[in-house]
Design a protein around this ligand. Structure first.
Ligand code: PEP
Ligand code: MG
Length: 365
């Protein structure tokens, strides 16, 4: 059971007294969220909702949704997922007791939820009663040559708005339920992934507000929520002012932003990056320690342009870099509001944020 106590807790207290950056955690399970709080996280900066769909109890309904031929069929399957998804958020909101919880809507290409080999198809078909031929055909139809640049992120929400509507409904219903129990009111931050264009953000914002409004009216509850975007594409960073028109916060998804800025696959960089590091072309793995030059410039541009359009836009980082001390230093320098990292990195991030704040003060002397 992780818990900070004794000298470690004292040290953390000192760090907290000097740091400016807030520290949140990336968490999607109750266990992660509890661990995060024990380590002092001040909110959830990234809840990746796709992980919630792989649970054996619900993957069948997810697959049914993907297999559906039309919107009505998808909506039918989504009805089954809704109560489970609502419960996910109720649990997280209760653990977080009114701290901010950023929930990212579905991100991965749908084929990731389908079995591909004939063997897997057979066992899935048996377990779920779904038609094996249909499963295989759909998996083939959904196959993509470049899935990371393909039908993923908010493109799913544009093509199939009913998926994001279900998720927004689950978030707002969960918040209403928690408030009805007399607990601290959650402030959900609904986050859209892989947004590139202002028009895309507008579509997503309208979808989110429309759905949330409907739920709030139905339940007669009072819920504050925020709508925002990840910044994971160079275009999003460059056109941040367009996004800020309909986004109250930005969270830098530096895993994807590093991938898309360098054009280096985050999944395959291991094949060649070592040679670059050996030859001194790269000092460090840019997927671990932020490239403060190129990727950093894009973050700086996005922060400046976002703030010019919306002075109170909240800025955070939720890629792996959010738990890396050198990257946290950069986040302090450009004045982000928070970093978000894996729960076990929260203490390191608190220390690094303090060190960065002290460094900034020294500069001002
Ligand atoms: C990112 O891209 O940095 C991010 C946090 O999202 P994911 O790692 O889930 O793509
Ligand atoms: Mg990403």
């Amino acid at each position: 059971e992780p818990e900070l106590s004794g000298d470690f807790a004292t040290l953390m207290g000192w760090a907290d007294a000097v740091r400016r950056l807030k520290v949140r955690a990336n968490a999607e399970t109750a266990l992660d969220a509890q661990t995060a709080r024990q380590f002092g996280a001040e909110g959830i900066g990234l809840c990746r909702t796709e992980h919630m769909f792989f649970d054996p109890a619900r993957i069948a309904a997810v697959r049914e949704m993907i297999l559906a031929d039309d919107e009505a069929g998808r909506r039918g399957a989504l009805e089954k997922i809704l109560p489970m998804q609502r419960q996910d958020f109720v649990e997280l909101f209760k653990i977080m007791e009114g701290l901010p919880v950023t929930i990212r809507l579905l991100d991965p290409p749908l084929h990731e939820f389908l079995p591909h080999s004939e063997e897997d198809v057979a066992s899935v078909a048996e377990a779920t009663g779904l038609d094996p031929k249909k499963l295989l055909r759909r998996a083939q139809e959904l196959h993509e040559v470049n899935p990371m640049l393909g039908h993923r992120g908010c493109r799913l929400g544009v093509a199939y708005p009913e998926i994001y509507e279900m998720q927004v409904r689950a978030i707002v219903e969960a918040a209403c339920e928690v408030v009805a129990e007399g607990r601290p009111a959650p402030i959900p931050e609904i986050m859209h992934p892989l947004v590139a264009k202002g028009e895309e953000m507008k579509f997503l914002r309208d979808l989110t507000d429309r759905t949330a409004k409907k739920v709030i009216e139905e339940k007669g509850c009072q819920i504050d929520y925020k709508v925002g975007t990840m910044i994971e594409l160079p275009r999003a960073a460059i056109r941040a002012a367009d996004l800020a028109e309909n986004a109250e916060f930005f969270s830098f998804g530096t895993n994807d932003l590093t991938q898309t800025t360098f054009g280096i696959s985050r999944d395959d960089s291991g094949r060649f990056l070592g040679y670059y590091i050996d030859k001194g072309i790269f000092e460090k793995d840019p997927f671990v320690s932020l490239d403060t030059e190129g990727v950093g410039d894009l973050i700086r541009i996005a922060a400046e342009r976002g703030r010019a359009a919306r002075p109170d836009v909240k800025l955070g980082i939720c890629g792996e870099h959010g738990g890396d001390p050198a990257s946290i230093q950069f986040c302090e320098t450009i004045g982000l509001d928070y970093v978000s990292c894996s729960p076990y990195r929260v203490p390191i991030a608190r220390l690094a944020a303090a060190q960065a704040a002290i460094g900034e003060r020294e500069k001002d002397r």
